[in-house]
Design a protein around this ligand. Sequence first.
Ligand SMILES: C[S@@+](CC[C@H](N)C(=O)[O-])C[C@H]1O[C@@H](n2cnc3c(N)ncnc32)[C@H](O)[C@@H]1O
Length: 189
Amino acid sequence: MALASTSLFLSRWLSAPGRVGAVAPSGRKLAERMASATLADGPGVVVELGGGTGAITSELVKAAGQDGVVVVEIDPAMCRVIERRFPAITVVQGDAFRLDQVLQHAGVTAVRGIASGLPLLTQPPERRQALLEKCLSVMEGGPLVQFTYSLFSPIPFDILRETGVRAERMGRVWQNVPPASIWRYSLAA
Ligand SMILES: C[S@@+](CC[C@H](N)C(=O)[O-])C[C@H]1O[C@@H](n2cnc3c(N)ncnc32)[C@H](O)[C@@H]1O
């Protein structure tokens, strides 16, 4: 599985590097830390944006069950891998930047947390801001948790200030290749 996932990543990255954003799936440590930062209490499902081959999905499923996780992934081949790994999960092949429409289409009415592996740094800041606002608007106080290979927040600080969104750096996972930081965004209480 690990070898098949890595070779799928590599081939998809070669055809669309900016969209895939990584040459290999996230490692176990990063996936565990992403899942624990995302799993807020409350009703509703956990949504994963950019599920890839299911590295983070696997950790979300351990905590929330397959029926408690919805994955939004744009690449059909990646969607098929996740569906094979987790047959009872809801996988929506779609664009995470149109999250409101995607969730409506999937019949999702309550979301308690969102984990994202989307490659945000390849997107202009206005698009990152729109995604942040969209994610926070579909939840009642739940967090958007995003990993990044950058040392800085993938949502620029001027946007966070302007929107009044609270950002917490949940640490850096040095064991990941490449090392990644986890950011948790939520509406200030
Ligand atoms: C860096 S990979 C992360 C994959 C996986 N979450 C992991 O950590 O191994 C980014 C993933 O986001 C997906 N993706 C990119 N743009 C997307 C979009 N607009 N909507 C949904 N998925 C997208 C890519 O196809 C890829 O699977």
